[in-house]
Design a protein around this ligand. Structure first.
Ligand code: ARG
Length: 574
């Protein structure tokens, strides 16, 4: 659908074209500099050059020749030097924007750009028998937001959780469980126990080679489909997925599939022989299958000399499967920066094997997580943070904020609000800036009720809802004549609300949830300005009050829509 802002732009182009002075191909608009009191500019340089007149002359002629149609979203047009500046018609814009937000409600901003196109998004991807560490947390949060964004853009999105459930390490996992038994726990605690058993086993194997043999035996049993080994492995998968599901539920994460690396096992011999047939790979004397000199990337393996396959082999099979199964126009991998080389090798190899021509393979890389003292979180350093405990801590801290800010809320609502605020803080901390950048776990900033935080945005939304509740108690009308909204703070807020569809497009084009986060933050700030300068419940007239209440309602809808794209809940009261 064409939203008001796009219609305004189209109208600007149309009125310029209607003068018959400028060929359509030369009508390109631009955003005026912040100090220019206009909404859209036509820089006359290119057209003037073509027509062989000075740009200021063309701009002036056009300004005189343009006639603005009735009911247009264009308010006025003025020449300023070589520019032709257009301003919106504030009343008509207000009517149009409020109407489309009301119609769209929490789905405001949705578009059909992606209709008929599929996108596979590979995200979360924890490893079985291990806890989700910060890398998986970032992948889960960024990935889900991209899923939401592309769905809102009309794409058919397929989310796939590429579980790390296969590989040599499972020999040790199974051998260590066979030796120490299954931990008597659930969730992250159970996985922590499994990790400890694993480390103990691996450490002991350094002095006792028979433990290595035992692990190899389990690995072989698993590959051969031995029932006992399979059962134990399945138990690990189920345990890990139950633990993951608890976190996914809290985060509002829903991933369509979880094929996992094991799913591709039977396809791996085919992948290897195809790579050999294409001459992309060759078999070394020792038996390993090697890829050398591919797009000047470092050498890598598709099969080890002992016949074993690798993470890479399974990733190649995964691409082929996804192409066949989902016919996507893109496959997007949300994985940390350290796997950038792996991704380049994977993409180059599949293309060299003749697959996915015309399909975009994209690595959305993200940066590292640092603790508040500036140290990168790492297992080796011992400062690693795991998902469930991270969420628990966030919620406990949010609870303190809620107790302080809203002591009057009933107990169960306090708990629900603390959950939304705590989880929201963690999610927003991951999304408010470019994914490539590193993030810091700084609770003060994350849960601040002012400044660029989820808490501030949630407060702004709750404030809108609280005004609307009070209006309802007073029996005030919430739907007035939007054309009364002409105060600069009102116009500023409305123009900004009109930008969500555009922000959504940009977020998709750049794989950048932070564009939505920025939009939310500016919305909350513009709302703050409006609220400070324009009395709502105490407006001068009942008509103006109704119109302002409609603007408050629209702000709440739009903010909730924006937060929803990020995967952040917007409580009614805080
Ligand atoms: N399980 C992997 C890890 O923890 C991430 C998998 C990402 N997806 C992929 N198709 N390689 O590092």
């Amino acid at each position: 659908m064409d939203y008001a802002l796009e219609r305004f732009t189209e109208e600007v182009k149309a009125v310029i074209a209607a003068t018959g002075r400028v060929p359509l191909a030369l009508i390109e608009t631009a955003t005026p500099k912040p100090n220019i009191p206009a909404d859209l500019a036509f820089p006359a340089f290119r057209a003037a050059k073509e027509l062989k007149v000075p740009p200021p002359q063309l701009a002036a002629e056009l300004a005189a020749a343009i006639s603005i149609p009735e009911r247009s979203l264009i308010g006025k047009v003025e020449a300023a030097g070589p520019f032709l500046n257009f301003s919106m018609h504030p009343q008509r814009m207000a009517e149009a924007v409020l109407a489309e937000i009301t119609a769209g409600a929490e789905g405001y901003g949705r578009q059909a750009d992606g209709a008929g196109k599929a996108i596979v998004i590979d995200y979360s991807a924890p490893n079985i028998a291990k806890r989700m560490h910060v890398g998986h947390i970032r992948s889960t949060i960024i990935g889900q937001s991209l899923v939401n964004i592309f769905r809102a853009l009309g794409y058919s999105v397929v989310g796939d959780n590429h579980l790390g459930d296969w590989g040599k390490q499972f020999g040790v996992v199974l051998a260590s469980i066979a030796q120490d038994g299954r931990p008597d726990a659930e969730g992250e605690a159970a996985l922590e126990a499994l990790e400890a058993q694993y480390s103990r086993y691996a450490a002991a194997a350094k002095d006792r080679p028979e433990l290595d043999d035992e692990a190899r035996r389990w690995s072989l049993l698993l590959e051969q489909g031995d029932a006992h080994a399979r059962d134990l492995w399945q138990w690990c998968v189920d345990l890990t997925m139950r633990a993951a599901q608890r976190n996914y539920d809290r985060l509002g994460v829903h991933i369509d599939h979880a094929y996992g690396e094991s799913f591709y096992e039977t396809m791996l011999p085919g992948v290897i022989s195809e790579a050999l047939e294409h001459g992309v790979a060759f078999r070394e004397e020792g038996g390993a299958v090697v890829i050398e000199n591919l797009s000047s990337l470092p050498t890598f393996l598709l099969q080890r000399s002992d016949g074993g396959t690798l993470y890479m082999t399974r990733d190649v099979a995964t691409v082929l499967f996804r192409l066949k199964e989902f016919h996507p126009s893109r496959i997007v991998y949300v994985i940390g920066e350290p796997q950038a080389l792996h991704m380049r090798q994977l993409f180059a190899l599949t293309k060299a094997m003749g697959y996915g021509q015309g399909v975009d393979l994209v690595h959305v890389a993200f940066g590292t997580v640092f603790d508040a003292s500036g140290q990168p979180l790492s297992t080796r350093r011992g400062n690693m943070v795991y998902l469930e405990s991270l969420l628990d801590e966030a919620v406990a801290r949010a609870r303190a904020v809620v107790e302080k800010k809203s002591p009057e809320l009933p107990e169960d609502e306090k708990a629900a609000v603390a959950e939304s605020v705590g989880v929201g803080a963690v999610v927003y901390n991951d999304l408010y800036q470019d994914t490539k950048r590193n993030i810091t776990l700084d609770w003060e900033r994350m849960l601040a009720t002012e400044g660029n935080s989820a808490t501030y945005l949630q407060y702004s939304h709750a404030r809108c809802r609280s005004i609307l509740r009070r209006a309802a108690e007073e029996g005030a009308a919430v739907q007035g004549d939007a054309s009364l909204l002409t105060h600069p703070a009102e116009t500023g807020l409305i123009k900004h609300l009109a930008r969500l569809p555009e922000a959504l497009r940009e977020a998709g084009a750049r794989y950048a949830p932070f564009v939505i986060a920025d939009w939310c933050y500016t919305t909350a700030r513009e709302f703050g300005v409006f609220f400070e300068q324009c009395p709502v419940l105490k407006a001068e007239s009942a008509d103006l009050r109704a119109a302002r209440l409609a603007l408050v309602a629209a702000t709440a809808h739009a903010l909730k829509a924006g937060l929803g794209l990020l995967g952040i809940r917007a409580p009614e009261r805080m």
